[in-house]
Design a protein around this ligand. Structure first.
Ligand code: 5GP
Length: 189
């Protein structure tokens, strides 16, 4: 049953992090793949738990070394990527890998592993809700909120490329639905 990949993508502010936190904290047979990124650490985040926080130079060196399954410059000078070593680390434990990636990264991983992956798109209930959520997150500056909203609109137009779309208008229901889809996939396919 192990050895599969669950990809969770969403525009920033869709509530994806809250859903993922619940999914990986329970008894689900999945483990979070810790992505590498070059953005600054937010308060409360830990290196090696939330992300591997790398300098841009280190990130680029690891691209050259072929260490990434996929990577994207999600925002200017902010690189994010999935390390191949995370897949083997988790598969070797007999677990399934849960990867959080931006929408383009999610589509790329699905294309690379079409049979063994399930791609899930978390949809915000509306653009207004998305903007509100981003504004509440005080760590993001005003201009970066605008950038993120515009990027979100672009990403929402690609939702149909995913295996499953979950609308996050009620967090508990979205968590329940996400867990159900993951269980069905890892147990039945
Ligand atoms: P944040 O800075 O809010 O944690 O994440 C910003 C964006 O980067 C989100 O859309 C998130 O899904 C994306 N992201 C996180 N990890 C990865 C990854 O490994 N690969 C790609 N392509 N995107 C990622």
């Amino acid at each position: 049953m192990a050895g599969k990949i669950i990809i969770v993508s969403a525009p920033s502010g869709a509530g994806k992090t809250s859903i993922i936190k619940e999914v990986i904290s329970g008894e689900m047979p999945v483990e979070f793949s810790v992505s590498a990124c070059t953005r600054a650490k937010r308060e409360g985040e830990l290196n090696g738990k939330d992300y591997w926080f790398l300098s841009i130079d280190d990130f680029k060196e690891r691209i050259q070394e072929g260490d990434f399954l996929e990577w994207e410059e999600v925002y200017k000078d902010n690189y994010y990527g999935t390390l191949r070593s995370e897949l083997s680390r988790i598969w070797n434990k007999g677990k399934n890998v849960l990867i959080e990636a931006d929408v383009y990264g999610g589509i790329n991983i699905k294309n690379e592993y079409p049979e063994i992956s399930l791609s899930i798109f978390i949809m915000p209930p509306s653009v207004d809700t998305l903007r509100e959520r981003l504004e509440k997150r005080s760590t993001d500056k005003a201009e970066s909120i605008e950038t993120r909203v515009n990027k979100a609109l672009e990403e929402i137009s690609l939702a149909q490329k995913f295996d499953v779309i979950i609308v996050n208008d009620n967090l508990d229901e979205a968590i329940h639905e996400t867990k159900k889809k993951i269980r069905e996939f890892v147990e039945n396919s």
